[in-house]
Design a protein around this ligand. Structure first.
Ligand code: DOR
Ligand code: ZN
Length: 338
């Protein structure tokens, strides 16, 4: 018998499922392995109110009833306290803050994050025990954008000590300190930021499929984040930030930011944790930390069995008029879900 491992209720705490044909093509890669996940709201029409969130929730449920989509609400300057209550009463509890212009479909995001009106909404979100997910980037020099954003996180964390704040796709080793400084600051980590660095994107030939926001950083950042993941730091959970874009858009100018990492994610995480003798921490990284930190409950436990059987990642996912290229396309992975 080959070596095997069981993961209970795996969760992807940050992913983009999109809509229409792309949604239908990419969603199975996630729901085959994960029982639920935090779904991002940056659609062509941002999910910025209770009605749109419910509609999107129902669309996802119709495609897979067994998957628990934790729909996030796109925080815009227009979000009212009344709407916030409506959102919470429908069971949605995660707000996503995009700085205006920081990434894909962020044009409706926040330009004055600490404006009094926003602080009022955050104060109410704190009372409602909601969670604030942050795309933490300034508009400055690409490699320093996350670092430059940290004072804003510190300010929000201090002002609202009961509001849980998630630094999404943490990418800079200088951000780690905030997890230890503030009880209410947490993070998600992607597979790409813990395994790749800037040289993978542009050190040889330019590889637009590895272009994402926040940008891949130095080997020192990568290694510090990998350590955080392998040790399953209690305030950190896995969030792939799988962000599919049509290949034509990845190869255009300007190229779309985003890495489609959904295929064989759990298998790749097994390979990575095995390589670093940390398999015993994978359960905490892909589920237990998230369940605890986001206050989740699942009626059933789904056991996902992964066995030491090799397989290859697809080269591409075909759509009717285009394709989507996954992270590590064509690579052999030594684990398979059974
Ligand atoms: O690379 C990224 N792609 N980063 C994000 O924050 C958004 C995402 C997308 O939606 O494509
Ligand atoms: Zn994202």
């Amino acid at each position: 018998m080959s070596q095997s491992l069981i993961l209970k209720n795996p969760l992807d705490m940050h992913l983009h499922l999109r809509e229409g044909e792309v949604l239908e093509s990419v969603f199975p890669y996630t729901y085959q392995g994960f029982v639920g996940g935090v779904v991002m709201p940056n659609l062509s029409t941002p999910i910025s109110n209770a009605h749109l969130a419910l509609e999107y929730y129902n669309t996802l449920k119709a495609l897979c009833a067994d998957f628990t989509p934790l729909i996030t609400i796109y925080l815009t300057p227009k979000l009212s306290i009344q709407e916030l209550h409506q959102i919470k009463s429908l069971g949605f509890k995660i707000l996503k803050l995009y700085p205006k212009g920081a990434t894909t479909n962020s044009q409706d995001g926040m330009s004055e994050i600490l404006a009094p009106q926003t602080l009022e909404v955050l104060s109410e979100a704190e009372k409602l025990e909601m969670i604030l997910s942050i795309h933490a980037e300034s508009g400055g020099y690409s490699l320093d954008r996350e670092f430059e954003f940290l004072p804003i996180i510190a300010q929000i964390a201090q002002t609202f000590p009961k509001l849980k704040i998630i630094i999404e796709h943490l990418s800079d080793h200088r951000s780690i300190e905030l997890l230890n400084r503030y009880d209410n600051v947490f993070a998600t980590l992607t597979l790409h930021h813990i395994t790749l660095c800037l040289d993978d994107l542009l050190g040889g030939g330019l590889n637009p499929h590895l272009f994402c926001k926040p940008i891949l950083k130095s080997p020192k950042d990568r290694d510090a984040l990998l350590e955080l993941a392998l040790s399953a730091h209690p305030k950190v959970s896995f969030g792939s930030d799988s962000a599919p874009h049509l290949a034509s858009k990845k190869l255009s100018n300007p190229a779309s930011a985003g890495i489609f990492s959904a295929p064989l994610l759990l298998e790749q995480l097994c390979e990575l944790f095995e390589k670093h003798q940390a398999l015993e921490n994978l359960q905490a990284f892909v589920s237990d930390n998230a369940v605890r930190n986001y206050g989740l409950t699942f009626e059933k436990v789904r056991e996902v069995k992964i066995q030491k059987i090799s397989q290859k990642l697809p080269q591409a996912i075909s759509l009717s008029n285009d394709q989507i290229i996954p992270l590590n396309a064509g690579k052999e992975i030594s684990w398979s879900m059974i």
